[in-house]
Design a protein around this ligand. Structure first.
Ligand code: HEM
Length: 471
């Protein structure tokens, strides 16, 4: 137990009136600000420390609330599935409402349930297979833009690729000024996110001339104008025409709730489109970036993946473009992508707040407690993974997956709020990797340190420089 000062700092499990709290930190978190595991804006060292010291559950206090950090797969299942009705979105996520309104990420039931029901068909397997061609088109364009020997920042390259794919599949457009402006305004607002989350009573001061808040307001206004234009240009279209277009925006505008026969208002469409844009763009880009890095560090696994790509898609003059049918055959490539999301899960933690007392095993936690579960910590836990820091795609064979306990691996969350774009993300990841691997290997160039930074997604802190070499 490094950095463990004594039981002066740590309290064992204890009763507090009708509650029974798990072991945890004796004092509120700011008291520990000089410890190396506490650093503003870097929650992963704190989570890892709590996991090392306390194991499967711990608590601490911050700003008058009780925060419970859970590392037990059964209890994660309790929170996300069995007792899901006792939880709502965690406060910091709810703050995103100032950008995302009542979209899937920020809303709670009953709004969430209805929106999810309306949006679900647009993400059905039959629907998303239609996007395979657009994914491959864009991956071909990305790989053809590189030349042998060139040094590229692969993080930047994968952001660009996933933006192209979002533009085509979400808006049915190329990356136009409109799409770039959506990206820029969303980035501006997310850049202000930590400031906005920490701001007391933010919702009440949104109209005041406070720096940061003004910047947020301007970015949101510009964003709303662009998205409103995209929606308005489709509003005159019939349901059949919208469905025929096939892009996600049109699909959401055509969709109706089977229960009451009504569709989404323009505001709801706007909220969902921004939600999907935010949820689907950076996550996939980061997963791909980390995959290229891990492949460069693990040549044996890389050889296996390149051999599979050559076998499935052919080599030399016989090589052909990947199709949706190939997606099902690129099993090892999918295992590589899965293992990359184990070590570097783009969604590195999830939060919930309880609306009722919650019982987890011997513990009884008060209403209003915050609960955090971290994919990053669970995916690297020696309790559940042999040699957890080693890159071993074989951990994800069908047999190994069937034998694995639920919520030891959960890059896409679980329960009623499981990622709606999961199928899309797997397809995008596997087809993009295979298409680029048909032509190139990427060799890591150690110009910058490799540091994972836990922002909204887990991203590399510095550019990820790689040399483009023939496959
Ligand atoms: C590797 C890529 C991705 C990862 C790791 C990922 C991860 C996640 C996770 C963990 C959640 C659940 C959050 C929670 O319960 O608190 C989530 C929700 C969501 N994701 Fe993804 N996601 C990815 C890609 C996508 C894509 C491509 C889309 C859309 C095209 C998307 C759309 C959404 C939406 C709309 C939600 C909210 C669902 C709801 O609450 O009903 N995601 N994602």
């Amino acid at each position: 137990m490094s950095d463990f000062d004594s039981d002066y700092d740590y309290v064992p499990a204890q009763a507090e009136g009708e509650w029974r709290l798990p072991p945890g930190l004796r004092r509120a978190l700011p008291f520990y600000f000089r410890r190396k595991w506490v650093s503003f804006g870097e929650p992963i060292p704190l989570f890892e420390h709590l996991h090392t010291v306390f194991g499967r559950i711990a608590h601490y206090r911050f700003l008058g609330t009780t925060i419970v950090f859970v590392n037990d797969p059964d209890w994660i299942n309790e929170i996300l599935v069995t007792q899901a009705g006792s939880f709502v979105r965690e406060r910091t996520l709810k703050r995103m409402k100032i950008l995302l309104g009542e979209g899937l990420i920020t809303s709670d039931d009953p709004i969430h349930m209805r929106q999810r029901r309306i949006a679900a068909p647009a993400f059905h397997r039959q629907r998303i297979v239609g996007y395979a061609e657009q994914i491959v088109d864009n991956a071909v364009a990305a790989r053809d833009a590189w030349s042998e020997g060139e040094e590229i920042d692969v993080a930047d390259g994968m952001m660009h690729l996933s933006l192209q794919i979002v533009a085509r599949t979400l808006f049915d457009s190329e990356v136009t000024a409109e799409v770039l402006s959506v990206r820029d305004e969303v980035n501006t607002i997310m850049g202000l996110y930590n400031f906005l989350v920490a701001f007391p009573m933010l919702e009440k001061v949104l109209h005041l001339p406070i720096p940061g808040v003004v910047q947020f307001r301007q970015a949101r206004r510009r964003l709303d104008t662009v998205v409103a234009g995209m929606i308005a240009s489709r509003r005159g279209m019939s349901r059949e025409v919208l469905e025929g277009r096939g892009d996600l925006l049109s699909m959401l505008m055509a969709a109706v709730d089977e229960g009451d026969g009504t569709g989404m208002s323009d505001t709801q469409v706007r909220d969902e489109i921004l939600t999907i844009f935010l949820a689907g763009y950076e996550t996939v880009a980061n997963a791909l970036t980390w995959t290229w890095y891990l492949l460069s560090q693990n040549p044996d696994a890389a050889d296996m993946m390149y051999a599979e790509v050559a076998e499935v898609l052919g080599t030399g003059d016989a090589a052909r473009r990947a199709t949706i049918e190939d997606y099902g055959r690129l099993r090892y490539t999918e295992m590589v992508f899965a293992e990359s999301m184990r070590l570097f899960p783009p969604a590195w933690a999830m939060g919930r707040q309880s609306t009722k007392p919650v019982v987890l095993g011997e513990y009884r936690l008060p209403t209003g407690s915050h609960f955090f579960m971290s994919q990053y910590v669970m995916h690297r836990s020696a309790e559940f993974w042999e040699a957890p820091l080693e890159f071993r795609p074989e951990r994800h064979t069908a047999k190994a997956k069937a034998a694995r306990q639920r919520f030891v691996y959960f890059p896409f969350g679980g329960g009623g709020r499981q990622c709606i774009g999961e199928g899309f993300a797997w397809m995008e990841g596997v087809l993009s990797l295979a298409t680029i691997a048909q032509r190139w290997r990427l060799r890591f160039v150690p110009k910058y340190p490799v540091v994972a930074q836990a922002k909204i997604t887990l991203r590399p802190k510095w550019p990820m420089m790689m040399r483009v070499e023939k496959a």
